[in-house]
Design a protein around this ligand. Structure first.
Ligand code: PLP
Length: 439
C-alpha cells in the first residue's frame, strides 16, 4: 500500500488520541502494517522495536501465535453475548482464574472495556457501598499527587495531570490529592521508606479530619505511570492499607498499568503484602489484544449490594461487558504466565535491562534518577529543553526504536519477550536519540 495516500486519508478522517493534530504537519503518523514479536513493521518495511508495549498493553509480543490460536477458536464459537442475564465459559473461567490469583480475597469480577471505565466502576461501587451501609455522606475520593486514573469526566476527578484536566475543570467534581511518596523526594539521609512514612503521615492527617466524608483512596501501586514513572517504596501501601482500615475508607488499587507482572509480581500490591478492597485491571490483561478492563472486589463489597431491592444492586453496564473474545485473549495470556514461568523469567530479563540501562546512561552528564521496578525502567533528563519528548521520539524512530518520553522522563516498558539482542538495540537507539535530542 502506498504510504503517502494512506497518511493523507488518515489525516483527513482519523482524529488521534492525546495529540495536537496540527503537529502532524511536521511529524506525520506512522502507518503500521504488521506486528511481529517485539517489533512493529511500517509501510516502508522499516522495523521498530516497541519499547513501550504500544502504550503499556502488549505483554507477549505482537501477533503472538498462542493468543492468535485461542482467539481464532473463540471466533468460531461465540463472538459476543450480553452479560446481563447471560453468562459464558470465557468470562466464568477468567473470573475464577483472577480470584485464584488474589488467593480468593478479591473474588468478584465486574467487567468493562477501558481502564477509565474500571476507575469509574470502582469509585461508583465505593460510594454506593457506603450509601447501602447507611453512610451516604462518604462520597469523596482521595488520590495521590500526580496520580493518573483515566480521562473520562468521572476519572478526571482523581487524575492529577494538569494538561489532561484543566480544560475540563468546570465539568469535574475534583477529589483531594495527598502527597505522593515519590522516592526522588528523599532529603539527604532519608531512604525511600522514610519518604513513604512522611507521605503516610500526611494521609493520616487528612483522614483524621475527613474520614466521615471520604469513600476511598485510589492509588497506582508502586509506580505512577503517566506522571513519568514515579516510583515509591511498598511501605507506603502497607501504611495506607492500615490507615484505610483504621478510618473505614476503601483502598482502590489501580493496577491498570502496573498489574499483570509489570512490577515483577503479578499484582504490584503483592510486594507490600497487602490487598485492596477494589483492584482495577486493564491494559495487559488481554495481552494487548482487545479492550478489556475489570474491577475485582471483596466478599464484603459484594454483600453490600446483594439484596431484594433492585436499587441496592450495582446497575452499571457497558455494551461489551465481559466480551467473550477479550476474555479468551485474557485466558490465553494467563496460560502463558502459568506455562512459561513468566514472572521468574522476567526477573533475569529485568536485571539485564537494568544493567543495559546503567551501561548506556549511568555516566551520562544529563541523566538523573536512574530507576526501575520490574519491567519498568526510567530516568530523568536535566536541561532537556522544550519539546524534548517529541525530538527524542523522532530521533529514536531513526534508530528503529519506538519510545515516547513523558516530559523529561525517558522510560522503557518493553513486552516480556525482548531478548538480549533486542535489549541492546533498544538501549543503543535510546542513547542515540538522547544525544540527538540534547544536541
Ligand atoms: C492507562 C491507565 C488508565 C486508563 O486506561 P484507559 O484504557 O486508557 O482508559 C487508568 N489508570 C492507569 C494507572 C493507567 O495507566
Amino acid at each position: 500500500m502506498p504510504q503517502p495516500d494512506l497518511l493523507r486519508r488518515s489525516l483527513a478522517s482519523v482524529w488521534h488520541p492525546c495529540t495536537q493534530m496540527k503537529r502532524h504537519e511536521t511529524l506525520p503518523p506512522i502507518a503500521i502494517v504488521r506486528g511481529e514479536g517485539a517489533w512493529l513493521i511500517d509501510a516502508d518495511s522499516r522495523r521498530l522495536l516497541d519499547g513501550i508495549s504500544s502504550w503499556w498493553v502488549n505483554l507477549f509480543g505482537h501477533c503472538n501465535p498462542r493468543i492468535n490460536a485461542a482467539l481464532r477458536e473463540q471466533l468460531d464459537t461465540l463472538e459476543h453475548v450480553l452479560l446481563a442475564g447471560f453468562t459464558h465459559e470465557p468470562v466464568v473461567a477468567l473470573s475464577e482464574r483472577l480470584a485464584a490469583l488474589t488467593g480468593h480475597r478479591l473474588g468478584h469480577a465486574f467487567y468493562a472495556s477501558d481502564g477509565a471505565s474500571a476507575t469509574e466502576i470502582a469509585l461508583k461501587m465505593s460510594a454506593h457501598y457506603w450509601r447501602n451501609h447507611g453512610q451516604p455522606g462518604k462520597h469523596r475520593f482521595l488520590s495521590l499527587a500526580g496520580g493518573y486514573h483515566g480521562e473520562t469526566v468521572g476519572a478526571l476527578a482523581v487524575t492529577d495531570v494538569a494538561i489532561f484536566r484543566d480544560a475540563y475543570a468546570d465539568l469535574v467534581k475534583p477529589g483531594t490529592t495527598v502527597p505522593c511518596p515519590d522516592a526522588r523526594l528523599a532529603e539527604p539521609g532519608e531512604t525511600p521508606a522514610d519518604v513513604a512514612r512522611r507521605a503516610a503521615a500526611a494521609l493520616e492527617a487528612h483522614l483524621a479530619e475527613h474520614h466521615a466524608e471520604t469513600a476511598a483512596l485510589i492509588v497506582e501501586p508502586l509506580v505512577q505511570g503517566a506522571a513519568g514513572m514515579v516510583m515509591y517504596d511498598p511501605e507506603y501501601l502497607r501504611l495506607a492499607r492500615a490507615l484505610c482500615d483504621r478510618y473505614r475508607v476503601h483502598l482502590v488499587a489501580d493496577e491498570i498499568a502496573v498489574g499483570c507482572g509489570r512490577t515483577g509480581t503479578f499484582f504490584a500490591c503483592e510486594q507490600a503484602h497487602v490487598w485492596p478492597d477494589f483492584l482495577c485491571l486493564s491494559k495487559g490483561i488481554s495481552g494487548g489484544y482487545l479492550p478489556l478492563s475489570l474491577v475485582l472486589s471483596t466478599d464484603d463489597i459484594y454483600a453490600a449490594f446483594y439484596a431484594d431491592d433492585t436499587a441496592r444492586g450495582f446497575l452499571h453496564s457497558h455494551s461489551y461487558t465481559g466480551n467473550p473474545l477479550a476474555c479468551r485473549a485474557a485466558l490465553a495470556t494467563l496460560d502463558i504466565f502459568a506455562e512459561d514461568g513468566v514472572l521468574a523469567a522476567n526477573r533475569s530479563r529485568a536485571a539485564r535491562l537494568g544493567e543495559a540501562m546503567e551501561e548506556g546512561f549511568g555516566g551520562h552528564p544529563a541523566v538523573r534518577h536512574l530507576r526501575s521496578r520490574g519491567m519498568i525502567l526510567a530516568f530523568d533528563v536535566a536541561g532537556a529543553g522544550a519539546d524534548f519528548g517529541r525530538r527524542f521520539f523522532a530521533a529514536a524512530l531513526e534508530h528503529g526504536v519506538l519510545l515516547r518520553p513523558i516530559g523529561n522522563t525517558v522510560y522503557f516498558m518493553p513486552p516480556y519477550v525482548v531478548d538480549e539482542a533486542e535489549i541492546a538495540h533498544l538501549m543503543r537507539g535510546a542513547r542515540a536519540a538522547l544525544d540527538a535530542a540534547l544536541a
